[in-house]
Write a protein that binds this ligand. Structure first.
Ligand SMILES: C[S@@+](CC[C@H](N)C(=O)[O-])C[C@H]1O[C@@H](n2cnc3c(N)ncnc32)[C@H](O)[C@@H]1O
Length: 437
């Protein structure tokens, strides 16, 4: 075919406001209406509302627009419970009743999976508390030379802006109580330019504060942080310059909601919502129907959140994780707990060469819980293990749908599906799916 000139598609933005009637929701709970037959996505708008919007992105098939004014309000609209709702952007659904949020997530997931599993009933959503559920949080810190004040808050969307916060009602009450004193202590330090961020973790045995700095703290500043840790009875980690995080006060954190006491570092991945995690792990194990004689593979295993409970029921469980430090932590937990049938290996699951020792044997059951990018790379190879059941836990419905197609092509069928409301008040959609041979 001859080459000919094709103009590149234009992404234009016109500032002109227009009104739109909201007819349905997208999978993240943004309102959808139409303007001259073009889809218009409006975050913060509810079905049944007429809203005045300003386009922020105009493509050939859709427009993204910012809500300027609600001209006709839905009776369902509720007042967001967080005073930072408008600026922060972390919780985009607080204006929507919680029950509607759950229904939106269920409907979106049903629609997404309708072609892959047309006759599979979606079970009820797994949920916990709609507030106070976050057991970990990262606070950004930056010295503002103009105002001569420390900025303390959340990074706004994709921008470089820090939204100042003094409360966060979706954070666990234990962590919320630390915000004001932490801000006061950090603002008093002698070298505020060196402050990077704060990691807060509400562990089962302690609350953890990790301070990340670009340079080693001066002695007096270290003292001030220690005083803060003692006064508020928190464990304090300092992560200074290029060194490893170092505990300088209190106990190392543990989490134990899945039945084994797992030690972790505040920099390790742990599931943010304790109650939903507990229910999710228990459901995954029940779906796998693990038998005492079976070998199980746990892919993207982190510090062993699924691996240890699976190990209690199986003859052998192998956890594979990309981050060596978490593999070490999981192995350390196995030794500490006297668990002999769990082994952990480091591997990049997106790029296996087929020579890995652990991949040469079969598995009766497989669990995988990848990050947002999904499991491309390993998912195409899962068929070779000949597992009768595979549970896929997903934090990104698009990559789940893509990877599901590969499993269906390898002879599996979907037999169970469930949505998890791991992050209430946000558009995040987590789910779990059971595949059977
Ligand atoms: C959603 S977390 C789940 C961790 C664990 N299953 C849990 O429940 O706590 C995903 C994990 O996959 C790991 N990971 C991401 N990409 C990976 C890759 N290409 N290879 C191996 N592990 C990877 C991350 O380090 C992270 O620990």
């Amino acid at each position: 075919m001859a080459n000919f000139f094709k103009p590149t598609k234009k992404t234009s933005t016109s500032n002109k406001h227009f009104a739109v009637d909201i007819e349905r929701y997208d999978y993240q709970g943004a309102g959808i209406g139409f303007n001259n037959k073009k889809l218009v996505f409006v975050e913060g708008a509810l079905v049944g509302e007429k809203v005045l919007v300003q386009p922020t992105e105009t493509k050939s098939k859709f427009i993204r627009a910012k809500l300027i004014k609600v001209q006709q309000k839905s009776d369902a609209r509720r007042e967001p419970f967080c005073p930072h709702f408008d600026k922060c952007g972390g919780c985009s659904l607080q204006h929507m009743p919680y029950q509607t949020q759950l229904e939106v997530k269920q409907q979106a997931f049903k629609k997404l999976m309708s072609k892959l599993a047309p006759s599979v009933e979606l079970s009820s959503i797994i949920q916990g508390d709609e507030r106070g559920y976050r057991r970990r949080s990262r606070i950004s810190l930056r010295w503002n030379p103009k105002s001569q004040q420390l900025e303390f808050g959340f990074r706004q969307g994709k921008s470089n802006q820090i939204v100042s916060i003094d409360q966060c009602p979706v954070m666990s009450p234990n962590l919320q109580g630390l915000l004001a004193p932490a801000r006061a202590t950090l603002s008093s330090l002698s070298q505020p330019r060196n402050l990077g961020h704060l990691e807060l973790v509400d562990a089962d045995n302690t609350q953890v504060v990790l301070l990340r700095t670009t340079e080693e703290l001066k002695v007096a500043d270290k003292e001030a942080m220690l005083e803060f840790a003692k006064a508020h009875q928190v464990s304090l980690y300092l992560h200074q310059g290029k060194t490893e995080p170092e505990i300088v006060h209190g106990d190392a954190p543990v989490c134990s909601e899945t039945g084994s006491e797992l030690s972790f570092l505040p920099t390790d991945f742990i599931q943010v919502n304790r109650s939903v995690n507990q229910q999710m792990v228990s459901e995954a194990i029940s779906w796998l129907d693990v038998q005492a004689s079976e070998r199980v593979l746990d892919l993207f295993s982190g510090i062993g959140n699924f691996t240890f409970p699976i190990g209690k029921l199986s003859s052998k469980v192998i956890g594979i994780e990309g981050v060596q430090e978490m593999v070490d932590r999981a192995s350390h937990n196995a030794t500490k707990l006297g668990v002999e049938n769990a082994e952990f290996y480091q591997a990049n699951l997106a790029d296996l060469n087929g020579n890995e020792e652990w991949s040469k044997q079969g598995f009766d059951k497989i669990l995988l819980d990848p990050a947002r990018a999904g499991a491309q790379g390993i998912v195409e190879q899962l068929g070779q293990f000949n597992a009768s059941k595979i549970v896929y836990v997903s934090c990104n419905p698009s990559t789940l749908a893509r990877d599901s197609e590969s499993l269906l092509e390898q002879g599996y069928k979907i037999s169970k599906m469930r949505v998890l409301d791991m992050f209430p008040q946000t558009g995040h959609l987590e789910s779990m799916v059971l595949f059977e041979k």
